[in-house]
Ligand binder design. Structure first.
Ligand SMILES: [Zn+2]
Length: 244
C-alpha cells in the first residue's frame, strides 16, 4: 500500500463523516523499536506493561532505568507498531527526560527528541512508525499502522479527542479509530469476530468500543448526521464527566 492510497482512505473518511481535511496535516517518521517503546513509556501510554513502572510521569522517569534493564523491555522490543507524536507534548517530555538519573540514557533520549522535533515542520502531529524488519511487517505498517495513526491525526485536527474530556475516555479514541478502519475495509460486520479472536486485553477493549460506535452510527446515513452523532457523544461524555 502506497502513501497516496492511504491519503485517499483518510480523505474518504473526512468526506463521509463531514470532517475537515488538509494534506499537509499528515506526516510520518520511521523510528527504531527502542525509541517507539521509550516514547510510549514516557508519553504515559496506558499499556499495563508500562503501568507496572509508574502511573504518573514522575514515577515512570524514576523507574526508567529499571524498565530498560527488565525482561519486560526485552519483550517490548519484539513488538512493532506506531503512535502519534504531538509537538506541544515534546517540551513537557523533554523536561521529564532531563530528570533521568542515568546520564547515558538521558543524553540518548535528548538527542532523539531533538531529531524528532526537527521532523515536524509546520504540522502539530507526526505519525511515528517502527522500522519494519521484513516485507510482511512493512505492508502491515503501511496499511494498518500508518492509516491508524493518520486517522488519529484527522480526528484530533477536527477536535475529536475523547481523552481531552477525561483521560479515562481513551478507549473511545481507539474505538472510533478501529470503527473507521473497518468502515474503509468493509469489515464492519466482522467487528464481533475481531473482538472474540483478540487475546490482548487492551486491544480487545478497542474492538468493544468499535462495536459501540457501530451501534451509535447505525441510524446516521449522511456525513452531516455522522458528524452530529460524534459531536453528540462528545457532549454527552462532557456532561457525564461534570456530574461525577
Ligand atoms: Zn491508536
Amino acid at each position: 500500500m502506497k502513501i497516496i492510497q492511504i491519503k485517499s482512505h483518510i480523505k474518504k473518511i473526512s468526506k463521509e463523516f463531514g470532517l475537515k481535511y488538509k494534506t499537509e496535516w499528515f506526516g510520518y517518521m520511521w523510528i527504531s523499536v527502542r525509541y517507539e517503546i521509550l516514547t510510549e513509556y514516557i508519553g504515559m501510554c496506558p499499556d499495563p506493561i508500562y503501568q507496572k513502572y509508574g502511573k504518573t510521569p514522575k514515577q515512570r522517569i524514576k523507574n526508567i532505568d529499571k524498565f530498560v534493564n527488565s525482561k519486560d523491555f526485552k519483550d517490548c522490543l519484539k513488538r512493532y507498531g506506531g503512535q502519534v507524536a504531538e509537538k506541544s507534548e515534546l517540551k513537557k517530555e523533554e523536561k521529564l527526560i532531563r530528570g533521568i538519573k542515568s546520564e547515558k540514557l538521558r543524553n540518548e533520549l535528548l538527542r532523539f527528541y531533538k531529531k524528532l522535533n526537527s521532523q515536524f515542520g509546520k504540522t502539530d502531529f507526526l505519525a511515528l512508525l517502527t522500522i519494519p524488519r521484513n516485507e510482511k511487517e512493512k505492508e502491515w505498517q503501511m496499511k494498518f499502522c500508518l492509516r491508524h495513526e493518520w486517522i488519529h491525526i484527522l480526528l484530533s485536527k477536527n477536535r475529536i479527542y475523547f481523552q481531552e474530556i477525561h483521560k479515562r475516555y481513551w478507549p473511545y479514541d481507539e474505538g472510533i479509530n478501529e470503527y473507521l478502519g473497518a468502515y474503509l475495509d468493509g469489515t464492519l460486520n466482522k467487528l464481533e469476530k475481531f473482538r472474540d479472536k483478540e487475546k490482548y486485553p487492551l486491544e480487545k477493549k478497542n474492538w468493544v468500543y468499535a462495536i459501540k460506535f457501530k451501534e451509535l452510527f447505525k441510524d446516521s446515513k449522511t456525513p452531516e448526521e455522522r458528524k452530529k452523532t460524534i459531536k453528540g457523544l462528545i457532549k454527552k461524555l462532557k456532561k457525564d464527566c461534570k456530574e461525577k
